[in-house]
Design a protein around this ligand. Structure first.
Ligand code: ITT
Length: 201
């Protein structure tokens, strides 16, 4: 079975990706907590996803790697936090600060809500070093409040158009995964592997 290392330190992503690939003939392995994370210098999701895949691939040697770069793009904030979603509150990876910063910015903009979308780019680097990328999007509305304790990041502030009015934070993981940006990117990846399994090699 092909080993596929996840090039992410985000526990929320690991849970979602592992679950979505469970039925598939790959052994999904989390990133070692002893590995340092790369500095994300890219200006787009695709640049950062490729950067993360390349970085971990060089450290791991001999295994396929899957990286995820994602973010929330809010219309009334001209697309912020976007590529900078994980450090919007000033501390990298601090979800609670990030949400507070977003609530603050929405209040400053004097809006009750804004159109927004989560985007995700997955970069797969096969054992031989070839890279392919896959993108997924989910449209919805972001609010300056938090509802629900599930998920991670901005889930509790985002109501997807295709749901029943609950935030992602109020949904079970499988419900979010039915429509999420991440599952959509992964569905494209799975389709590509099914068509041509050699992209893993
Ligand atoms: P890695 O780089 O280690 O993968 P990260 O959290 O830094 O972890 P990103 O740079 O891709 O990852 O930033 C993604 C941020 O976007 C994440 O920290 C959340 O704030 C937000 N985000 C992405 N997907 C999300 C989701 O499904 N639900 C809620 N927030 C999400």
């Amino acid at each position: 079975m092909v080993r596929l290392y996840l090039a992410t330190s985000n526990v929320g992503k690991v849970k979602e990706i592992s679950e979505l690939l469970a039925a598939f003939d790959v052994s999904v392995l989390p990133r070692s907590s002893t590995l340092e994370a790369p500095v994300e210098t890219g200006e787009t999701l695709i640049e950062n996803a490729i950067l993360k895949a390349n970085y971990d691939f060089a450290l791991i040697e001999g295994s396929a790697v899957l990286a995820d770069d994602s973010g929330l793009f809010v219309d009334v904030l001209d697309g912020a936090p976007g590529v900078y979603s994980s450090s919007f509150g000033g501390v990298e990876g601090d979800d609670s600060r990030n949400r507070s910063a977003l609530i603050e910015r929405l209040k400053q903009a004097r809006v009750d809500s804004s159109r927004a979308r989560f985007r995700c780019v997955m970069a797969l680097k096969g054992i031989s070093g070839q890279i392919s990328t896959y993108e997924g999007v989910v449209e919805g509305t972001v609010y300056p409040f938090e509802r629900g304790l599930h998920g991670f990041g901005y889930d509790s502030m985002f109501i997807p158009d295709e749901g029943d009015g609950r935030t992602f934070g109020e949904m079970e993981r499988y419900e979010k995964s039915n429509i999420s940006h991440r599952s959509r990117a992964l569905a494209k990846l799975v389709e590509a592997i099914t068509r041509d399994p050699s992209i893993l090699l």
